[in-house]
Design a protein. Structure first.
Length: 243
C-alpha cells in the first residue's frame, strides 16, 4: 500500500511520510504530475493540483467538504456572514471582505479592499464560486483533524494573525465536536478560532491537502488515509463528499 507524495515536499508531508514509514507503509514521491506506468497506490497527501492529476488514474477518491458548507452553517457557528457567490458577483462588492476559494487555491485567501481587487476575468472564470465573508480578527486559531465526528488530533497554529504553534484548549475540541458533523465527510480538517471572546469556525479543509503544524503525525495520518483512499473503500455516507 503506497502513499503518493508530490515533487515538492512540505514539512508536513515529510512528517506524514515518516509516520507512514514507521507503520510499514511504502511512500513514493513522484518527480512530476504524471503517473508512471504500472504504479499502484492507495493514498496521497498533496495540494489540489497534484491530487487532481494523479488521483483519477490511480483510482484514489478524495474527500472534501461541500463548497457551500461554511456558507450553510448557522451563524452560531460562524459568528459572521458567509456567502458562496460567483466571482462575477463578488466584483461588485464595495467594502473590505475576506474572499477565498472553497476547496482549492485559485483565488488567494485574502482580505480584499473591495471586489475590484479580485483576480479579473482574464485570469479566472467569472463563474468560479468563492466564499465571501465579513473581515474577522481571530485572536487564536486551531487546526482540528476530525475522524468519525471526533477530534483525532489538533494544534494551535496562529495568534493574532501570526504563526504561533502550541497546544489546544479543551474548549476548542468541544466546539469542533459540537458542529453539525453529519454535513461533513468522516475524515476532514476544520479550523476553529476565537474572535471577540467567542468560538467560530474559520474553514474546512481536505485532510489530504492540509498542514499538520504540531498535530500528532500518526493520528493525522489516520485521517489522511481515510480521506484519500481507493474509490471502492468509501462507506456510503462518504460518497456524497468525493471531490
Amino acid at each position: 500500500m503506497n502513499l503518493i507524495l508530490p515533487p515538492r515536499i512540505t514539512d508536513s508531508a515529510a512528517r506524514l511520510r515518516a509516520a507512514a514509514r514507521a507503520r510499514g507503509l511504502d511512500t513514493v514521491q513522484l518527480d512530476s504530475f504524471s503517473v508512471p506506468g504500472g504504479l499502484r497506490a492507495a493514498h496521497l497527501h498533496a495540494g489540489p493540483g497534484f491530487a487532481d492529476a494523479v488521483a483519477p488514474p490511480l483510482g484514489i477518491g478524495l474527500l472534501e467538504a461541500p463548497a457551500d458548507w461554511l456558507a450553510r452553517l448557522p451563524r452560531e457557528f460562524t459568528g459572521r456572514e458567509v456567502r458562496l457567490v460567483p466571482l462575477r458577483e463578488a466584483y461588485g462588492l464595495r467594502r473590505p471582505v475576506f474572499v477565498k476559494s472553497p476547496n482549492d487555491k485559485s483565488i488567494p485567501a485574502l482580505v480584499y479592499a473591495d471586489g475590484s481587487r479580485l483576480p479579473g476575468p482574464d485570469a479566472v472564470d467569472p463563474e468560479t464560486e468563492v466564499l465571501v465573508s465579513d473581515v474577522t480578527r481571530f485572536t487564536a486559531e486551531y487546526r482540528t483533524y476530525l475522524l468519525d465526528g471526533a477530534v483525532h488530533t489538533a494544534s494551535r497554529y496562529a495568534e493574532n494573525g501570526r504563526l504561533s504553534l502550541g497546544p489546544v484548549p479543551r474548549e476548542a475540541v468541544a466546539f469542533a465536536e459540537r458542529l453539525p458533523l453529519a454535513s461533513l465527510p468522516s475524515a476532514i480538517v476544520v479550523d476553529v478560532g476565537v474572535s471577540d471572546g467567542r468560538w467560530s469556525v474559520i474553514e474546512a479543509n481536505a485532510a489530504w491537502a492540509s498542514g499538520t503544524y504540531l498535530c500528532d503525525p500518526q493520528r493525522a495520518l489516520d485521517v489522511v488515509l481515510r480521506a484519500a483512499a481507493p474509490l471502492g473503500s468509501f462507506a456510503e455516507r462518504d460518497r456524497a463528499f468525493l471531490r
